[in-house]
Design a protein around this ligand. Structure first.
Ligand code: XMP
Length: 334
């Protein structure tokens, strides 16, 4: 790690010189680790960190992102509030790749507008936290070759990123690394353990976890349920290892389905039928996200978590657990 950091720091310094660097922060492990590396390597005035509150993030994410960046010594933190723009662009859209395309384009449009507003010189460098699987699944190799597309990752190929890449103005220090290596690097750089051990989160956010249309109401329902699921995982531990279930699991999240399912009221009377939303829980283990195994919960944990979710989020009438490995399923549902 020391050698990796020394080499990357040298490379970044000699390429960037005194030019500004803009890092797009998602709040996850990858971009935060790049932020820590840039802040350690360059003058803090040079480093601009831009985060978009797209309305597609997890509960209380924006406040946490700001606090974490400031803790890492960041001075130029630009938080862009753009929930309405994202949700308007996604209205009526249900097809997963179309959602990704719209979100990717929206990121670029807003980013370009906000960069202009920042007044950065045209030859600023763009830094990103793209890691090796992002390239592989987008059908690109790190050196620009092509493989087959599994799903497009907007941070790998977009007009701005392509232009910056062609101009030699892109900085992607994690491009050769897998997730577990990024975590190791984060620890080495002194990034908070809570961030380093945070589960991966996709660039398009909860938009690809809401099957069907992404509305504010759907986002809020999903966010509430997701926060409960994660809270439960942090407060339960494995009877075998003693670690929390959150630590035991590589990635866990909820998926909101576009269907409704019949249910009864809390007294069990069938005379008052209601049609509640269906929520799926996903929890998998993996080393790099390329393959994944379903986490074998103890039944009691699943039952209690389900009961807390249906008891707290009134819109949800039914909870199911996804028992599909990757392959054949992917980790996300879209
Ligand atoms: P899949 O669903 O492809 O997920 O098995 C593998 C890993 O990648 C994440 N993922 C994404 N990350 N943009 C991202 O930045 C995306 O469009 C995207 N799709 C999936 C997923 O959460 C998992 O960790």
């Amino acid at each position: 790690m020391k050698q990796f950091v020394d080499e990357q720091s040298q490379a970044i310094k000699s390429r960037v010189g005194n030019n500004p660097v803009l890092l797009l922060i998602s709040g996850g492990v990858d971009s935060t680790v790049v932020g820590a590396l840039l802040l350690k390597t360059l003058n803090t005035d040079q480093v601009h960190l831009m985060y978009m509150d797209t309305g597609l993030m997890r509960k209380n994410e924006t406040a946490a992102v700001r606090a974490n960046l400031e803790k890492l010594g960041a001075k130029n933190v630009h938080i862009i509030m753009c929930e309405n723009e994202f949700l308007s662009a996604l209205a009526g859209v249900t097809e997963p790749e179309e959602k990704r395309r719209i979100i990717g384009d929206m990121f670029i449009t807003i980013q370009e507008r906000e960069i202009l507003r920042l007044g950065l010189p045209e030859d600023y460098f763009l830094a990103q936290g793209s890691i090796r699987p992002d390239f592989i699944e987008s059908g690109l190799t790190v050196d620009g070759g092509k493989t087959s597309v599994v799903k497009s990752h907007h941070n790998v190929a977009s007009p701005l990123v392509d232009a910056k890449r062609k101009a030699g103005k892109i900085i992607e220090p994690l491009a050769e690394l897998f997730k577990d290596q990024v975590r190791e690097l984060g620890r080495f750089l002194g990034v908070d353990e809570a961030i380093v051990s945070r589960h991966p989160f996709p660039g398009p956010g909860i938009a690809v976890r809401i099957l069907g249309e992404v509305t504010k109401e759907n986002c809020d329902i999903l966010r509430e349920a997701d926060a409960i699921f994660i809270d439960e995982l942090k407060n339960r531990s494995s009877s075998i290892t003693g670690k929390t279930l959150y630590e035991e699991i590589w990635q866990a999240f909820v998926i909101l389905l576009p269907t409704r399912s019949v249910g009864v009221n809390s007294e069990g009377s069938t005379s008052e039928r209601k049609y509640g939303r269906v929520l799926a829980l996903r929890a998998i283990n993996s080393t790099d996200g390329m393959t994944a195994n379903v986490y074998p919960f103890e039944t009691r944990d699943l039952l209690e978590i389900s009961a807390r979710i249906t008891g707290s989020v009134k819109e949800i009438g039914r909870v199911v657990y996804d028992i599909s490995n990757k392959p054949p399923a992917t980790i996300e549902w879209e």
